[in-house]
Design a protein around this ligand. Structure first.
Ligand SMILES: NC(=O)c1ccc[n+]([C@@H]2O[C@H](COP(=O)([O-])OP(=O)(O)OC[C@H]3O[C@@H](n4cnc5c(N)ncnc54)[C@H](O)[C@@H]3O)[C@@H](O)[C@H]2O)c1
Length: 448
């Protein structure tokens, strides 16, 4: 099949490379000339494990190519995927659909034979209707269908997720389009990946419902962690005790500094707006978004508390900047709020991230000293904060860290160390909700 991917970012590039690997002929289009030029040279503009090899091998086999010219490939395509960004709109938090609609207009003008236009971008309910209206208005003569096929891949495990998805959701009422989508995903049909055929609106909403639910799960365990700290309980054990119940499941029950990233924050906000517009407010999701927003800055206060109540004039080493490991994506990372809160409180920031520093430099306000590795980062620091659980932070030489630091204070916002082990090494150690960092609370419980 001939497939065009409009937008060659995290989703477009991974999807395009995987479709090419399935044997399809794929053209990835992007507006950014520098991105396309880099891809043509075999340079991958994002960090995603396995992507460089996948792109290079499929490009070498002639199945994957890159261009800034949308019209040529679209005119010959069986399916055109829209994988452009849908960030939060400034001001009201609704999804900014201007990129999707601009792409739709360009696609409309280039349509040749019968083409299935597929929205892979995460878009609010009814966007498919609007895309269809736009294309129909510009090209009343064209034969096309608009399908919703939301993407569920996770950055850091994107290729695996795309090739072995938990499910594929295909939203269309058009039988001919459904057949094209079946051909596009044929290798996954053969692997018996669950395919969910739904209406277009149902598919659009399914993506938001899934992300909002995951955000809720994270926020729920984060609140339990706060309670654990007050009552002297251990949130990791609570999560395990909950998660072993098959109705709940253990995933997304890791307490931490609050969710971030390119999807959950903007998708929860967009769902909230949609639900309000339709007169059925999603109050749980509204609360989740509000609680999460406050939590990120509260993590800054946690660091201040671990430093004895003030960080003015102190140096804080931040280990990990990206919103999760194995990505370079800094969009809405909790580190942004935490660092700003610490700077507001008078701290000087040193930082290290294995992959995210280039992107961090573009978005982090204020002066930050970027370091070459974790040990350089903690040098002369008054406190070190683990914000992202990159593997290399899991096995730090704590003796070396202690001797490098001005004062040995470690705040582990991902609970990757065992408290006793770190304290034995002479550190002041704070974590998230394991109930052992606040002896006062434990005494209160004992007394009670
Ligand atoms: N990143 C994820 O993990 C993830 C997962 C699932 C779904 N999604 C959704 O997928 C969509 C894309 O996300 P992303 O993270 O890949 O975004 P991204 O910002 O990495 O990539 C979007 C790309 O589209 C390009 N673009 C914009 N308008 C264009 C046009 N008219 N023609 C050609 N190119 C154009 C941009 O230059 C950019 O390179 C969003 O709706 C997002 O919510 C993302």
């Amino acid at each position: 099949m001939k497939i065009v991917m409009v937008g060659s970012g995290y989703v477009g590039l991974v999807s395009g490379a995987c479709f090419a690997d399935f044997g399809h002929e794929v053209v990835c289009v992007d507006k950014q000339e520098s991105k396309i030029a880099a891809l043509k040279r075999g340079e991958i503009p994002i960090f995603e494990p396995g992507l460089t090899e996948l792109v290079r091998s499929n490009a070498a086999a002639g199945r994957l190519s890159f261009t800034t010219d949308l019209a040529g490939p679209v005119s010959a395509a069986d399916a055109v995927f829209i994988a452009v960004g849908t960030p939060s709109r400034r001001g009201d938090g609704f999804a900014d659909l201007s990129y999707v609609y601009a792409a739709s207009r360009e696609i409309a003008q280039a349509l040749g034979r019968y083409t299935v236009i597929v929205t892979k971008s995460t878009v609010p309910v009814g966007t498919g209707d609007e895309v269809e209206r736009i294309v129909r208005e510009l090209r009343p003569d064209a034969e096309f269908a608009v399908v919703s096929n939301p993407e569920f891949l996770r950055e850091g495990a994107a290729i695996e997720d795309f090739k072995r998805p938990d499910r594929i959701v295909i939203g269309t009422e058009d039988a001919r389009a459904r057949q094209v989508m079946a051909d596009v995903y044929r290798p996954l049909y053969l692997n018996s990946a669950p395919i969910l055929n739904t209406s277009r609106r149902t598919a659009e909403l399914t993506k938001y419902a899934a992300n909002a639910f995951l955000a809720t799960k994270i926020t729920f365990i984060n609140e339990m962690a706060d309670l654990c700290e007050q009552v002297g309980a251990n949130v990791q054990d609570v999560a395990r005790g909950m998660g072993l119940d098959n109705r709940i499941g253990g995933k997304f029950l890791h307490a931490g500094p609050g969710y971030g990233g390119s999807c959950f924050p903007k998708d929860t906000l967009a769902l909230i707006k949609t639900a309000q517009d339709y007169g059925t407010p999603a109050r749980i999701v509204e609360t989740v978004a509000a609680v999460n927003e406050q939590r990120k800055r509260a993590m800054g206060r946690k660091v201040v508390a671990a430093c004895g109540g003030s960080v003015r004039g102190k140096t804080v080493a931040v280990l990990g900047l990206t919103f999760k490991p194995n990505t370079d994506d800094m969009r809405d990372s909790p580190s942004l709020s935490i660092i700003t809160a610490l700077q507001d409180a008078g701290a000087t920031i040193r930082a290290f991230d294995p992959e995210g520093m280039e992107q961090a430099k573009a978005v982090l306000p204020g002066a930050v000293t970027y370091c070459g590795n974790a040990y350089e980062c903690v040098e002369d620091a008054d406190a070190a904060v683990i914000v992202t659980e990159w593997n290399i932070f899991r096995a730090l030489d704590l003796d070396r860290v202690r001797t490098l630091m001005r004062s040995p204070v470690l705040i582990d916002l991902r609970n990757i160390y065992r408290g006793e082990q770190v304290r034995e090494k002479g550190f002041v150690y704070a974590d998230i909700g394991r109930g052992i960092s606040d002896p006062v609370s434990s005494h209160a419980i004992d007394a009670a």
